[in-house]
Design a protein around this ligand. Structure first.
Ligand code: NAD
Length: 485
C-alpha cells in the first residue's frame, strides 16, 4: 500500500550520492495494520496443508532464479557490491528457499508407540503465530531469505523490517513471494528505523523475532523482545580471524585472504578482517599487500571492479577514522586505501580502497573494533596455540579459518577454537542450509540458529500428545496421578 507518512528517508546510491528513491517511515497506524494483517492471515495460513506451503517455496525458487539479474542489479545500485557478488547474495538466499521445499520431512516429529496398554505418545511441530524479521544492509537478499521463507513455510506469518539503507531487494522478494502463491497478509513489510524495531519488540501479536545486524541493535532487540516474552535469534557483529600456518598452500591462501578481506568492501559478517601469521608465514605479508593494492575500486556495475563503495558517507568516515586510530597507536600501513583513486564518474562515492595494517597488537582500537570495511589487520605469532588464544580472547565468535596442509593441526584448531563457523582452507565458510549458520559469544544471542534444523525449530514449537485408544474396557485413572505402567 502507499504510505501516508510525512517522513521519508533518502535512498542513496553509494557510488554516486544520487538520490535514487525515498523510503517511507511507516506510520504507527500502518505498522499496526501490518501486524493485524499478519495476525488474521495466520488463522488461515497455519491450516494450509504443508505440501501446499512447500509448493509456494517451489514457485518462489523458480521466480527468484528467473529474476536473479533484476535483484542483483538492485543490490548493486542500492548496496554497492559488485554485480557478481550481488548475484551470490541472491544465490545464497535461494539455497535456503530450496531447503524450505523439503518442509514436509523437516517438520516431522517424534513418535513412541505402546508406552502403556493401548497408549502412544507423539510430538509434532506447530507454527508460533506472527513472527518478525529485522535485517541489515549488507546482504539485502540473502538475509531476508534466511527469515521469511523459513518462517512462512512452517506455517507462521511474518512482519519484516528491512534495512532502511537498501530495502529494494526485500520489496522485490515480497512481490515474488506473492506471485509464488503466498496469500495476502502472510508476509508484510514495514519500513523505518528504531521506532519500527521497538514496535516489533513490543507488539503482543508477535511471538518471535529474528534479527541480523550490529551489536548495539542486536543486544537491544534481544533484551527488549525477550522481556516481552518473545523468542529471539540475534546474529550480530564479527571480527573474523584467519590463522595462517607456514605449511599452507601459499598461492591459494594468499588468494583466499585477499578475497575474504576486501571482497564486498569488507562489509560481510564473515569477512576475514584479521590475519594471524604463525612463524614464517609472516613472510607472505608483502605479497598480500601487493595483491591488495592491485584490486580495482569503483562502481559495482563496472566489469573490472573488485571492490565497491561502503554503504554511506558515515560508514566511510568511520572506517577512515579507525585506520587513522591504528596509525596513531603505532600500526604501519602497507597499503592505505584512503584517497583511493576511482573512475571520475563515481568520484563522489563512499570509496575506501584495500588497506593492510601491520605492526599491530590486540590492544589497538583498530583491532578491537569491527571495522566493517576493506581493512586487513595483520598479527604475527610464533605458534598456532598463541593464535588460538588470540582468537578465543576476541569477544566476537562468528567465523574463522585456518590455512594449513596438516590435518592434525587443522583438527587441533577446530577443536580448541570457540567460534561458530570454522573454515579449513576455506575463507568464508557460510554453511549450506542443511546445516545452520552458527555463532559464538558476542556474535550471537539466543539458542536457535538461523536456517537448517535449528531454523525450523526456532519457528515452531512442540506439541506432545499422549493418546489411549482401547478397543475394549477403557481404564479408569481415578484421582491419582496417571502412570503408564
Ligand atoms: P545495524 O545494526 O545498524 O542495522 C540492522 C537493523 O537494525 C536495521 O534494520 C536497522 O534499522 C536496525 N537498527 C540499527 N540500529 C538500531 C538501534 N539502535 N535500535 C533498533 N534498531 C536498530 O546493522 P547494519 O549496519 O545494517 O549491518 C552490519 C552489521 O550486521 C555488522 O555488525 C555485521 O557484522 C552484522 N551482520 C551479522 C551477520 C551474522 O550473521 N552474524 C550477518 C550480516 C551482518
Amino acid at each position: 500500500m502507499e504510505s501516508s507518512t510525512s517522513e521519508w528517508i533518502d535512498l542513496i546510491d553509494p557510488s554516486t550520492q544520487d538520490v535514487i528513491g525515498k523510503v517511507p517511515i511507516s506510520t504507527a497506524e500502518e505498522r499496526e495494520e501490518a501486524v493485524k494483517s499478519c495476525d488474521s492471515a495466520f488463522k488461515m495460513w497455519s491450516q494450509v496443508p504443508i505440501q501446499k506451503r512447500a509448493n509456494v517455496m517451489h514457485n518462489l525458487e523458480r521466480l527468484i532464479r528467473d529474476n536473479t539479474e533484476e535483484l542483483a542489479r538492485n543490490i548493486t545500485l542500492e548496496q554497492g557490491k559488485t554485480l557478481p557478488d550481488a548475484r551470490g547474495d541472491v544465490f545464497r538466499g535461494l539455497e535456503v528457499v530450496q531447503h524450505c521445499c523439503s518442509i514436509n520431512s523437516l517438520m516431522m516429529g517424534e513418535t513412541a508407540g505402546n508406552l502403556a496398554a493401548d497408549l502412544d505418545t507423539y510430538s509434532y511441530r506447530q507454527p508460533l503465530g506472527v513472527t518478525a524479521g529485522i535485517t541489515p544492509f549488507n546482504f539485502p537478499a540473502m538475509i531476508p531469505l534466511w527469515m521469511f521463507p523459513v518462517a512462512t513455510v512452517c506455517g507462521n506469518t511474518m512482519l519484516m523490517k528491512p534495512s532502511e539503507q537498501d530495502p529494494g531487494a526485500a520489496m522485490m522478494l515480497a512481490k515474488l513471494a506473492k506471485e509464488a502463491g503466498l496469500p495476502d497478509g502472510v508476509l508484510n513489510i514495514i519500513h523505518g528505523t528504531h521506532d519500527a524495531v521497538n514496535f516489533i519488540c513490543d507488539a503482543p501479536e508477535i511471538k518471535a523475532v529474528s534479527f541480523v545486524g550490529g551489536n548495539a541493535a542486536g543486544e537491544h532487540i534481544f533484551a527488549r523482545a525477550t522481556a516481552n516474552g518473545k523468542r529471539v535469534q540475534s546474529n550480530m557483529g564479527a571480527k573474523n580471524h584467519a590463522c595462517i600456518l607456514p605449511d599452507a598452500d601459499r598461492a591459494a591462501t594468499i588468494d583466499a585472504l585477499v578475497g575474504a578481506a576486501f571482497g564486498a568492501a569488507g562489509q560481510r559478517c564473515m569477512a576475514l578482517s584479521v590475519a594471524v601469521f604463525v612463524g614464517d608465514a609472516k613472510e607472505w605479508i608483502p605479497e598480500i599487500a601487493a595483491k591488495a593494492a592491485e584490486l580495482k575500486v569503483g562502481s559495482g556495475f563496472d566489469d573490472d571492479v573488485d571492490v565497491g563503495p561502503l554503504i554511506s558517507v558515515a560508514a566511510k568516515e568511520r572506517v577512515e577514522s579507525l585506520i587513522q586510530s591504528g596509525v596513531d597507536e603505532g600500526a604501519k600501513l602497507l597499503v592505505d586505501g584512503r584517497d583511493v583513486s576511482v573512475d571520475p564518474k563515481v568520484k563522489k562515492g563512499n570509496f575506501v580502497g584495500p588497506t593492510v595494517m601491520t605492526d599491530m597488537n590486540t590492544d589497538m582500537t583498530a583491532y578491537k573494533e569491527e571495522i566493517f570495511g576493506p581493512v586487513l589487520n595483520c598479527l604475527v605469532v610464533d605458534t598456532m596455540d598463541e593464535a588460538i588464544e588470540i582468537i578465543n580472547n576476541c569477544p566476537y565468535g562468528n567465523g574463522t579459518a585456518i590455512f594449513t596442509q596438516s590435518g592434525a593441526a587443522a583438527r587441533h584448531f577446530q577443536h580448541h577454537i570457540d567460534v561458530g563457523q570454522v573454515g579449513i582452507n576455506v575463507p568464508i565458510p557460510v554453511p549450506l542450509p542443511m546445516f545452520s549458520f552458527t555463532g559464538s559469544r558476542a556474535s550471537i544471542r539466543g539458542d536457535l540458529n538461523f536456517y537448517g534444523k535449528a531454523g525450523i525449530h526456532f519457528f515452531t514449537q512442540w506439541k506432545t500428545v499422549t493418546a489411549k485408544w482401547a478397543l475394549e474396557d477403557n481404564e479408569h485413572f481415578g484421582t491419582v496421578m496417571p502412570t503408564m505402567n
